[in-house]
Ligand binder design. Sequence first.
Ligand code: CO
Length: 302
Amino acid sequence: MTRPFVSGRGVRAFARAFLPVLVLCLLLSPGLTPAAFAKPEAAPGSHPPAVLIVAFGTSVEAARVAYADVEKGVRAAFPGAEIRWAWTAHSLLAANNATPMPTAQEALARLAAEGAKDVAVLSLHVIPGSEYQDLRRTAEALEGLPKGLERIRLAPPLLHDADSLRAVAEKLLGIVPAGRGPEEAVLFVGHGSHHPAGVFYPALQYYLGALDANALVGAIESDPGFDAVLAALRARNATSVWLIPLMTVAGDHASNDLFGAEPESWRQRLEANGIRVHAVPRGLGEQPALVERWVAGLKQAE
Ligand code: CO
């Protein structure tokens, strides 16, 4: 009787020795990681990928043109995605009865209830201040809950690191109207913040000034404040300045604090100091070059 080439005992010994190795190899192979087991491909007919755009909000109806422009940019970059909106300004949510707007938390909960698994969140904030940090905490708290959203990817605000400061400085100079003369100053004024991230405004001044010595940054509620900006304009012997909001929408702050007819507005105070003002009352959301920066952040978050 000839011995079989592989005996039953031989197979069992082989299995005992190599099966654990085989299982380990399978688990470590890229397509079969534990994460891949946990996240099967979306079944046909399931919820489409969703993008939640989160803005501060505005009480000025006409300022919403900026939001419409942002949505157009997102739609072009994410064709087929379900686009939703949320506002972070609770005071505006309450006042906005005509077209009720959810908070980010409500919008994410709604998407989860509809069966969405994966949501990309675009923050239209300019700096990673308190509004943005609240949104980040909300996204972290709602990710991975049982029967909830498996993945919430949060894009960064417009300014968030040195590279973004450098790139945005360049884009900002690109949106200055062509009518600006070579000797005229240009001034970008943001909301300002007492959150530690408020330092992104003076930081932007550094990168902007490196590109254009007559380009300045100001902030309504923090540094660089009006007096510092006025001193910088005087040091440059500026007699004329292009005033541009460093805000997503040209809403209440732009129309009152920057361009208002009251003597406290930046425009009136500059003119009272002998500096002619060219008003550019458009939000950053109306500028395709800036929308492109936000959308790029959203793509990177994928
Ligand atoms: Co405000």
